[in-house]
Design a protein around this ligand. Structure first.
Ligand SMILES: Cc1cc2nc3c(=O)[nH]c(=O)nc-3n(C[C@H](O)[C@H](O)[C@H](O)COP(=O)(O)O)c2cc1C
Ligand code: SF4
Ligand code: SF4
Length: 260
């Protein structure tokens, strides 16, 4: 069983590739959380996986909240078996900080131990602050190719239930994960700066693109309703680039997996 979250499709691609390789099932975390589905059953020996993007050098808050809430019973009738193999794969533009440590602790609180994890560099999606920009076309292609090579190497390791850790942490990881990440989750996920421009053609793609159903159309224009995880999917999926986040996104271009 694989639980995943994805805003712009990078982690969805990784989750789908792993699921296809392991012949496993996928559950989209925001959908399950929205429907209050927190109880799961695994067959004895079945593995449990999580796939998500890195947000400010840590796992997204909605993923951590979901992990905290779920119960997983193992075994046919009694549910008294133990989870034998738990892993996660995360996607990031560059580096994941100490996300492995954060996940190990969160899983330990459930009585589970992490068996394997790896990070996959994928094209950048965050451009909501000055200084942040998207990858060039060349980098997008290079990252996609490298990501597929990482998956080709690691999926058989997951299938064989190997224990391994293959994370790109980056520098000053403690400070980024334990000081910047909590501040980002608390303060930098406001959807207030989102707005539409005159270019809007009322197509509703931004509504479809929001994994949290936080965007609605009012008089043909998008309205953001205050439950945002800052995935930037609404911005990136607008076919005429009519969505901006304050002034910081102006002229920065768009990306989602499958678009280029
Ligand atoms: C809010 C936000 C914060 C991000 N923070 C980081 C980060 O700390 N390190 C990093 O390498 N990439 C970071 N990224 C880039 C994403 O992790 C990366 O593009 C990821 O593959 C996006 O996955 P998705 O397409 O499944 O949403 C961030 C992206 C967003 C939207
Ligand atoms: S409103 Fe936009 S940025 Fe916020 S969660 Fe929805 S798609 Fe992501
Ligand atoms: S996706 Fe863009 S053009 Fe379509 S309704 Fe939303 S803002 Fe308007």
């Amino acid at each position: 069983m694989i639980f995943y979250f994805s805003g712009c499709g990078n982690s969805k691609h990784v989750a789908e590739t792993i699921a296809a390789g392991l012949n496993d099932t996928l559950t989209f975390i925001p959908e399950a959380a929205c429907e209050g589905r927190y109880e799961y059953e695994l067959a004895e020996g079945e593995s449990l996986g999580f796939v998500f993007p890195i947000y400010a050098w840590g796992p997204p808050k909605l993923v951590m909240d979901f992990i905290e809430k779920i119960t997983v019973k193992v075994g046919p009738s009694t549910g008294s078996g133990t989870l034998s193999y738990v892993y996660f794969a995360c996607t990031c533009g560059d580096e994941s900080g100490l996300s492995e440590k954060v996940m190990r602790k969160a899983l330990a609180r459930k009585g589970w131990s992490l068996s394997a994890c790896f990070s996959v560099q994928m094209p950048e999606t965050f451009i909501g602050m000055p200084g942040f920009k998207l990858d060039t076309e060349e980098n997008v292609k290079r990252k996609h190719a490298k990501a597929d090579a990482i998956l080709t190497r690691n999926i058989p390791r997951l299938a064989n239930k190997e224990h391994f850790s293959e994370m790109v942490k980056g520098g000053a990881a403690w400070m980024k994960t334990y000081m910047i990440h909590p501040g980002f989750s608390r303060l930098a996920t406001s959807d207030k700066p989102y707005h539409f421009t005159d270019a809007c053609i009322h197509c509703g793609k931004c509504v479809e693109a929001c994994p949290l159903k936080n965007v609605t159309l009012e008089d043909g224009h998008p309205k953001w309703n205050g439950n945002c995880t800052m995935c930037m999917s609404c911005y990136h999926h607008c076919p005429v680039n009519a969505i901006q986040y304050g002034k910081t996104t102006v002229g920065k271009g768009q990306y989602y997996f499958g678009r280029r």
